[in-house]
Write a protein that binds this ligand. Structure first.
Ligand code: ATP
Length: 815
């Protein structure tokens, strides 16, 4: 982890986002005993390098030449550039004609090797440098990629006459270690990057197992063609390394002063990934055909590096033994005849060489070199696969797809984009993971053929390799010493180093191994105090580890979420683009269909017109005869009219002309029809007028009804008013009567009073004589009383009342 912290930002970014191993640190450091590097070392800038992608173009076979496969699809421009030209009939050509895609694609590679290139040139120009680095402690992976029948197996294994890169690499290794072989064979690779010390018994077991393995070749000395063996022309079943000749790029002379006194121990393993299961190619197959081969498990060790549990490692002393191992493995490899390739690899086969480097009895380093021959990608309909072959093809394609996804994600990371690398989605990528994450160098060999019939698949492979070429590989700086593997005993526990307990080793062992797999730790080997302190330190480490894991999990989830989101967005974009394309193509189709219908309609109309013309056709003689007759008739009408005018008669009506003239009945009918039509029109007009009249009358009736209703209502109101007025009148009359009777009563009273006054005046007259003085005031008083008692006009008052009542009644009466 300290290593990661000290690295520059690029490296951290690249390594953080790989969702790689739980520790997030370069793998070899974590697994090595002397993994603690100094500050100065870790401060070094990590080395960055683009993934090396080599292209190899296979020559045409005679059969391909006969079947006209040579159509100039592949054009080598120079040693790094190549262009692909879509042949007629290929899907690329069709889509380019529709405006999607291009007809010519250009690609560049680290190096291109043409059809004439020899296997020697190819080895020297490609992986010999990687082999060299492997011999000096660096891990390496070489994988071949291409469509089926493109020459992958040929490139990796070659032919007996012309061996491929694998036998050449083995040969280079043995040339390098020649004379410096560790003879005891008691050190064996363990887990991903450790070394196990074998006891003498174990060494014996290993030796007898190897002898048994080689004895399989004695039973079957000559390679045979069978459904599960490679064909002889492209395999190394009978490979002899004597045929390998080198230009001494990698040989025993390539020995530095440092490793002059080193000893080496070489182990090899050969396995395949078939239908997503890992099978050991060096384990004898099941006795009966009905029984399945046992599949091996891919596991991770404490550093997070993948390894195959129970994989068989064979200690090889020389190139000849290595060749035998290869031949045994090839016998067991899953291969079958397909339509495209007589001996098609149906699995990804991986041959791994492990080189243990010793300084005396001390293990100094362990490096591995894996050469992977991937199964060819293929189109199932083209290869005419079905049944078991179809299942194989599906598995091959799906694991290659995941490899493609990983490469694309690694490319994104190289461009500083956060992206989740789905290493764990297939066995192949799980095993390759370390090599893409700083544990070693990977390089890719792209194999193509030049056949026109497989152009589209080849183009796909080229596009894939273009992506791969953009992947940046980050190698943390480290010395050979820092790569030293941990030396463990048979039980997998770390061993004493130079006779003393290596505290650091134990500490690391416990802190890494114990946390993951408690069963494997035996603490009883340590004193009690140390045990207690170890428990304490373990507890705190466990807590720290848990916290770290939690943070990492959150990070990984976030990255996954982001990646998924990105994928969804990309998928959405892709879909919308596809939709657009579809829309356009449908529109085009619609347009063309529309045009087609238009043309058809035109044609149809033309045909109809022609038919009608034929039906209505009147011979010219008949027509001119008819014309003459019509003219004669017109002339006759004119003459008759003239005659009528001359005789002072009215011009002939049509009816009379019908009666008199010999007009043909058809003309008369037409005239009558015209008349009838006129009548009909007149009647219709009349009807319309009547209708309008009816409508206006109805409207009028409606208005009158409304007015009547209003009048009725106001009449009722007036009636009610009259009633009230009559009531009031009768009341007034009653009052008037009362007043009249009152007035008559008063008149009677006045009369009576007058009589009294007269009587009183008589009395006064008689007394005047006696009393002359003082008569005036009395007369005045009586007169006043009389005046006050006499109403000025009593009858007038009654009349006035009556008059006012009558006036009110009249005013209120309805007009
Ligand atoms: N450089 C070459 N020179 C001559 N022949 C070659 C060369 N490369 C390939 N071939 C031949 O082409 C054929 C197909 O090659 P090979 O089996 O290696 O293809 P492949 O890509 O491994 O196919 P698959 O993926 O189906 O296993 C073989 O007969 C092989 O001998």
């Amino acid at each position: 982890m300290a290593m990661v912290m000290d690295m520059n930002e690029d490296t951290v970014l690249a390594m953080e986002s790989t969702a790689y191993e739980p520790h997030h640190a370069p793998l070899p450091e974590l697994s090595g005993v002397s993994s603690i590097t100094s500050q100065s070392e870790s401060a070094e800038i990590p080395e960055q390098q683009q993934l090396r992608v080599y292209l190899k173009v296979r020559p045409f076979s005679e059969e391909e030449l006969r079947s006209n496969e040579e159509q100039g699809c592949v054009v080598l421009e120079d040693s790094e550039n190549i262009s692909l030209h879509a042949p007629k009939g290929s899907a690329s050509m069709k889509s380019s004609e529709k405006g999607i895609g291009q007809q010519v694609y250009k690609f560049s590679f680290t190096q291109i090797f043409g059809p004439q290139c020899s296997q020697t040139e190819f080895f020297d120009g490609t992986i010999s440098s990687q082999v060299h680095q492997f011999l000096h402690g660096q891990n390496a992976l070489v994988f071949s990629y291409g469509v089926t029948n493109a020459g992958k197996t040929y490139t990796i294994q070659g032919s007996p006459k012309d061996p491929g890169v694998l036998p050449r690499a083995l040969d280079a290794v043995f040339r390098h270690v020649a004379g410096r072989q560790y003879e005891h064979a008691d050190l064996k690779p363990y887990l991903s990057a450790d070394v196990q010390k074998l006891d003498s018994e174990q060494v014996k077991v290993e030796k007898s197992a190897k002898a048994a393995l080689f004895s399989l070749l004695k039973e079957d000395p000559e390679p045979t063609r069978s459904s599960r063996s490679r064909s002889s022309n492209s395999s190394v079943n009978s490979l002899s390394f004597s045929s390998v000749s080198y230009d001494q790029t990698v040989d025993s002379t390539d020995v530095t002063a440092d490793d002059g006194h080193c000893l080496y121990c070489v182990w090899v393993a050969f396995y395949e990934i078939y239908n997503e299961h890992v099978y050991d190619l060096l384990q004898p197959g099941p006795a009966s055909r009905t029984r399945r081969r046992p599949a091996l498990r891919v596991c991770e060790d404490s550093s997070g590096s993948s390894y195959i549990r129970d994989l068989r490692w064979v200690n090889v002393q020389n190139a000849e033994e290595a060749s035998k191992v290869l031949r045994v493995g090839n016998k067991n490899r899953s291969a079958a005849a397909t339509k495209m390739n007589q001996s098609s690899s149906r699995s990804h086969s991986i041959f791994t060489i492990k080189l243990i480097r010793l300084d005396g009895a001390d293990v100094q380093g362990l490096s591995d070199l894996s050469l992977c021959d991937l199964a060819g990608s293929e189109r199932c309909n083209k290869t005419k696969t079905f049944g078991e072959r179809l299942k194989e093809a599906a598995n091959i394609n799906s694991s290659l797809l995941i490899l493609g996804k990983c490469i694309a994600a690694l490319r994104s990371q190289s461009h500083r984009m956060k992206s989740y690398v789905p290493f764990r989605e297939s066995k192949l990528t799980r095993l390759f993971q370390g090599m893409f994450c700083g544990r070693g160098r990977a390089s890719m060999i792209v194999n193509i053929n030049q056949c026109a019939s497989t152009y589209d698949e080849t183009l796909h492979v080229m596009k894939f390799s273009a992506v791969a070429k953009q992947v940046l590989q980050v190698m943390p700086p480290r010395s050979i010493e820092s790569l030293a593997p941990r030396l463990v005993g048979l039980d997998g526990k770390p061993l004493l180093r130079n006779g003393v307990i290596d505290d650091q080793a134990v500490d690391e062992y416990l802190s890494e191994e114990e946390l993951l797999d408690g069963d494997e730790a035996d603490m009883s080997i340590l004193p009690q105090e140390e045990l207690l302190s170890l428990v304490e330190s373990l507890r705190s480490k466990l807590m720290a580890e848990r916290r770290k894991n939690l943070i990492q999990e959150i990070q990984i989830r976030k990255e996954m979420g982001d990646a998924m989101l990105q994928q969804i967005t990309e998928a959405e974009e892709l879909h919308s683009r596809q939709l657009e394309d579809l829309k356009e193509s449908y529109e085009e189709k619609m347009d063309s269909t529309f045009e087609m219908y238009k043309e058809a309609l035109k044609e149809h109309a033309y045909q109809c017109a022609l038919e009608r013309l034929e039906e209505d056709y009147i011979p010219i003689e008949e027509y001119s005869e008819e014309q003459e007759r019509a003219q004669a008739l017109e002339k006759r009408v004119f003459e008759l009219e003239q005659k009528c005018r001359c005789s002072g008669a009215q011009p002939l009506t049509q009816d009379s002309s019908v009666q008199t003239s010999p007009l043909p009945s058809t003309d008369t009918d037409a005239e009558r029809y015209k008349m009838l039509y006129k009548d009909k029109c007149a009647v219709e007009n009349l009807c319309v007028e009547k209708q309008e009249l009816i409508v206006s009358l109805e409207r009028r009736v409606r208005e009158l009804n409304e007015t009547l209703q209003e009048a009725g209502e106001s009449y009722m109101e007036k009636l009610a008013e009259v009633q009230t007025l009559q009531n009031r009148l009768s009341n007034q009359e009653q009052k008037a009567e009362c007043l009249e009777s009152d007035a008559s009563a008063r008149e009677q009273e006045i009369g009576r009073l007058r009589e009294e006054v007269q009587r009183a005046s008589v009395c006064v007259g008689s007394s005047r004589a006696s009393v002359c003085v003082g008569s005036r005031p009395r007369c005045g008083l009586l007169l006043n009383i009389k005046e006050s008692m006499t109403p000025p006009s009593t009858g007038g008052l009654c009349r006035t009342i009556r008059k006012s009542v009558r006036a009110t009644t009249l005013r209120k009466k309805p007009s």
